[in-house]
Structure formats: structure tokens, C-alpha cells
Ligand binder design. Structure first.
Ligand SMILES: Cc1cc2nc3c(=O)[nH]c(=O)nc-3n(C[C@H](O)[C@H](O)[C@H](O)COP(=O)(O)OP(=O)(O)OC[C@H]3O[C@@H](n4cnc5c(N)ncnc54)[C@H](O)[C@@H]3O)c2cc1C
Length: 475
């Protein structure tokens, strides 16, 4: 997006001059330290003989006995079968929740990645479970194919993305796991199971989104789409005008999402539509610089909300700020160099507009959040633990800087999401346990039963999963 930090700061500096004299408020705001108490930078220091791991956001940290990198299905099966303690598979560590954390054995599937088979006629492709999404889309592109949708970034592994129901956006587009045709996984006792809808319909629907709790996935066979080119259009406009048109606007585009810039009354809408136009020459945007501009506006003018809003509104460009044409994989996912912490809930689609209005008001009231809020639409699917199971959903995500407080996500935003019938993103912050989840998912108890059958001794459990499943860790 072409709004630079310099752009915003020129305005903020001007405002600072205008505001001189109301110094007492600005002084106390400027003295405020937004750094979260207990914030730690870098991975934990491991005692001798232990390994060190942390997730992308740095809020899940562990010093496991071992980080294992099996390079074959046989080696993986033996590692899992013979493990004395608990075992957790991990992908790129991009989940914000404690799904993968363990002090025992962490298993990474970098050695089981890449394209394993491709059917020229159907476009079906089998990949190792540890393949990162960017590699999947590149391998498919080389064969004239593509994923039908992608999330905001493409660093996640296939297994990690599917395990948490990772999604992109688009009224008619389901989450990524809906493209699974078959999968193979290693069970707690070291067996390799091959699963399709025909071989075992229950295990198929339970396994597509399974939080790494049924076993360690080794490969996935996926549907792919013929390669397609997209045109991206980014527009900045007044949030009140836009919200009146939200449902029709989302319906009008293949992929549609919007971001709200807290305390500005402005949104950036982003649409992607299929096109035959030639790819744009210009590449890359300055989103990171823009974020730092929003942070500085918060830091310098957060004490004077009307002034902060006025400066943002006078400095932000309006209308179409970016148009680009490229292959789908180049546009649907971008990079996020600035780290953050996130909560995302998926509401029934028709509750989306009213819920997002509430969340936007709360963001404005709090004042301290500068990260944009994201709103997306996802089509339904059939996986038991998919938040999109059975009906279309609208997703709302709030973010805080990686080193700042986020405790208010649970007190301010989560109750609003829950009241609207929201289901949490499995890989993003939430506080729910078995009692709440059972009410949100018709097949939750069936999943728990199946999990107990496959892993009666809880080899794949950790504290986070034990809470989700209502289990005790020493069972
Ligand atoms: C910057 C950023 C942007 C993001 N954007 C989006 C987005 O646009 N849409 C969205 O929906 N989410 C998004 N996410 C969330 C992310 O897609 C999910 O958290 C995803 O699970 C991360 O994949 P991973 O490979 O890092 O898996 P991890 O976080 O490492 O693991 C996730 C789960 O997968 C399990 N797992 C990993 N490998 C295996 C295996 N081989 N077998 C069985 N289980 C396994 C783990 O045990 C764990 O339960 C984003 C996260 C970040 C940090």
C-alpha cells in the first residue's frame, strides 16, 4: 500500500506543533511504555543436553529433550513408536497457541517434504507433509497448476496449515484443507495409515483438521486448479460508507478482505479477481514502513484521539492506492516481516457486519492498538473440527505488536466474538476448553473418542491439547 511512514510522520509532526500547550496529556502518554511485562526476545537458553524452540511470535517457548528430523516414513514411525515421553509434530511454528509445545520430543518434517507424485490428467498432487506452502504453489506452477486459494503468508507447512484449518478469503472459497483427497499418517504405536473418504469417512473428516492430535501426517494428496492470474485492487475509504456495502462488495469479488486502521475511521479493501491482463512490472509494497508509521502515530498522538484521527485522515490517500496483476501465488500470500500476536474468530457469516462494527469501536476506544484489524469470508466444508464446518463464516482478526500487551484480547474482544457464535482459529489465541468447544462443534465429542482410540496413552498430548480435550496429562 502506498502510504509511507514519512507521509504520516510529516502530518504527525505538524500536529505536534499545533498541540503544543496541551502538553500534560501528551507528556503522560509519551511516558507510557507499551512493552509487555515479561516480554522475552530470542529463543530460550537450553540447559546442557536439551534443545531450544519458540514459535514465530515468541510466546510459546520450550527446551525439549530432542528435536528430531526423520528423513523417511520408517524412521519417523520408529521414532514415534519408541518415544518414551510425549511427542509433538511441529511445522513452521507459525501458530500462536501452544499446540506444538513440548519438553519431550518435537518432530519436524523438513525431511518429508516436496512433490512426490503428480497426475497430469486430474492435476492431483501428492506432497510430503512438511512441504511449505510456497514450495507447494511453486511446484504446482511449474506444472501449470495452482492452489485455489492461499492464506496471507505461505511459510506454513502443509501439515501445519491443515491441522489448524488455515484459510484465505473469498465468499465461495473454502479453507485449504478442503482440497485434501487423501492423507497418510503415523499413529502413536508406529503404524502408517492411508486414509481417503472411501477408505474411512469418519477418519477422513476427523483427520483433515486434527491439531496434530491423531498422529504425525506424512503426506497429502491434493486437488489443484489450473493456474490463474489475478488482478489486485487496494482501495482506501471511509469505514462507515464501506460497511453499508460490505456483503455486496465481498460477493462481487473472487477474493475479498478489508483492514481497519484503528482510530482513523478508514479501511483498506483488498480484492483479487481473475484476469487475462499482462503481469504488472512493479513488484513489492511498503507495508512494513506503513505499519511503523501507524505505530508512530499511536505513540505520538495516542493521547489525543481526535487529532490522531484527523492527521491520519488528512494524510492517507483515498480511492484506489494499488493495482497489480500477477500469478495467483504471487499475490494471495505476502511476507510479514513485522512480528505480531493475533486472535482470530470465525463468526456465522450473517453476524460478521454487526460484530466487526463492535470490534472496530472497541479498537478505537482502547487507543493503544495500531495494527490493522483484518476481516475475511470463508466458504463451508465438512471436516469435523473445521471452524467453517457446515456454514459460511466471517473472520475477524485483531493483532498486537509482538512485544506489547495482549491480555485485553481475552477481556475485550473474545466475549464479543463468542456472543456472536464465533469459533476460534485453532492456531490463534483463544481461551476455550472442552466444555465450550463441545457446544461449538457438533462432532467434537466424536473427534475426542476417535483420538482416544488412536492414542489411548496420550502420547501426542500436551498441556494445550489436554485443555482442549478435557484430559489430564498424567492419564
Ligand atoms: C504471519 C502469520 C500469518 C498467518 N496468516 C494466516 C492466514 O492468512 N490464515 C490462517 O488461517 N492462518 C494464518 N496464520 C496461522 C497459521 O497458518 C497456522 O497457525 C498454521 O497452523 C501454521 O502452520 P505451521 O506449519 O507453522 O504449523 P505449526 O504452527 O508449527 O503447527 C500447527 C499445528 O500443526 C501440527 N502439525 C505440524 N506438523 C504436523 C504433522 N506432520 N502431522 C500432524 N500435525 C502436525 C502441530 O502439532 C500443531 O498442532 C498466520 C500465522 C502467522 C504467524
Amino acid at each position: 500500500m502506498k502510504i509511507t511512514r514519512r507521509h504520516l510522520m510529516t502530518g504527525a509532526a505538524g500536529a505536534g506543533i499545533i498541540a503544543a500547550g496541551v502538553g500534560i496529556h501528551s507528556f503522560s502518554w509519551n511516558q507510557r511504555d507499551f512493552t509487555r511485562r515479561g516480554y522475552l526476545e530470542g529463543a530460550p537458553e537450553a540447559p546442557p543436553g536439551k534443545a531450544s524452540w519458540m514459535n514465530w511470535a515468541g510466546i510459546e517457548r520450550a527446551t525439549p529433550d530432542e528435536i528430531s528430523f526423520p528423513d523417511s516414513v520408517e524412521a519417523l514411525a520408529e521414532k514415534v513408536r519408541s518415544a518414551k515421553g510425549r511427542v509433538r509434530p511441529v511445522g513452521s511454528g507459525h501458530s500462536f497457541t501452544g499446540l506444538a509445545t513440548t519438553d519431550d520430543t518435537l518432530i519436524m518434517l523438513n525431511g518429508l517434504s516436496g512433490l512426490q507424485a503428480f497426475d497430469e490428467v486430474t492435476g492431483e498432487a501428492r506432497f510430503g507433509a512438511g512441504t511449505p506452502l510456497f514450495q507447494v504453489s511453486k511446484d504446482l506452477a511449474m506444472r501449470g497448476r495452482a492452489l485455489d486459494n492461499q492464506p496471507d503468508i505461505d511459510s506454513q507447512t502443509l501439515a501445519g496449515a491443515f491441522a489448524t484449518a488455515t484459510h484465505g478469503t473469498g465468499n465461495q472459497l473454502p479453507a485449504l484443507h478442503d482440497n485434501i483427497i487423501a492423507f497418510e499418517f503415523v499413529t502413536a504405536d508406529g503404524r502408517l495409515l492411508q486414509v481417503t473418504r472411501d477408505s474411512d469417512a469418519d477418519l477422513f473428516e476427523a483427520g483433515k483438521v486434527s491439531l496434530g492430535a491423531l498422529g504425525v501426517m506424512t503426506s497429502f494428496t491434493l486437488r489443484s486448479a489450473p493456474a490463474y492470474r489475478l488482478k489486485r485492487t487496494v482501495t482506501v475509504e471511509d469505514s462507515r460508507d464501506f460497511l453499508e456495502r460490505l456483503p455486496e462488495t465481498a460477493e462481487a469479488h473472487r477474493n475479498f478482505e478489508f483492514y481497519y486502521f484503528p482510530c482513523t475511521g478508514l479501511v483498506a479493501t483488498i480484492s483479487h479477481d481473475v484476469t487475462d491482463e499482462a503481469p504488472s512490472e512493479e513488484t513489492g509494497t511498503d507495508d512494513d514502513d506503513f505499519l511503523m508509521g501507524l505505530k508512530q502515530l499511536r505513540d505520538q498522538l495516542g493521547w489525543a484521539p481526535p487529532l490522531r484521527k484527523m492527521i491520519a485522515r488528512s494524510e492517507f490517500p483515498r480511492g484506489v492506492v494499488e493495482q497489480r496483476v500477477d500469478e495467483s501465488r504471487m499475490l494471495l500470500s505476502t511476507v510479514r516481516p513485522t512480528r505480531f500476536i493475533e486472535m482470530e474468530y470465525h463468526m456465522p457469516r450473517d453476524r460478521g457486519p454487526e460484530t466487526v462494527r463492535r470490534i472496530m469501536r472497541l479498537l478505537d476506544d482502547r487507543g493503544e492498538i495500531f495494527f490493522p484489524m483484518e476481516y475475511r469470508h470463508i466458504a463451508p466444508d465438512t471436516a469435523w473440527l473445521s471452524p467453517f464446518n457446515a456454514a459460511p463464516r466471517a473472520s475477524i482478526a485483531v493483532h498486537a505488536a509482538v512485544n506489547e500487551a495482549y491480555d485485553y484480547f481475552f477481556t475485550d474482544f473474545e466475549p464479543v466474538f463468542l456472543k456472536a457464535g464465533g469459533r476460534p482459529h485453532w492456531g490463534k489465541l483463544h481461551s476455550l476448553g472442552r466444555a465450550e468447544l463441545t457446544k461449538l462443534y457438533p462432532d467434537y465429542e466424536r473427534f475426542l473418542e476417535l483420538r482416544r482410540e488412536l492414542d489411548p496413552r496420550g502420547k501426542f498430548l500436551n498441556a494445550h491439547l489436554a485443555k482442549l480435550f478435557g484430559e489430564t496429562l498424567d492419564a
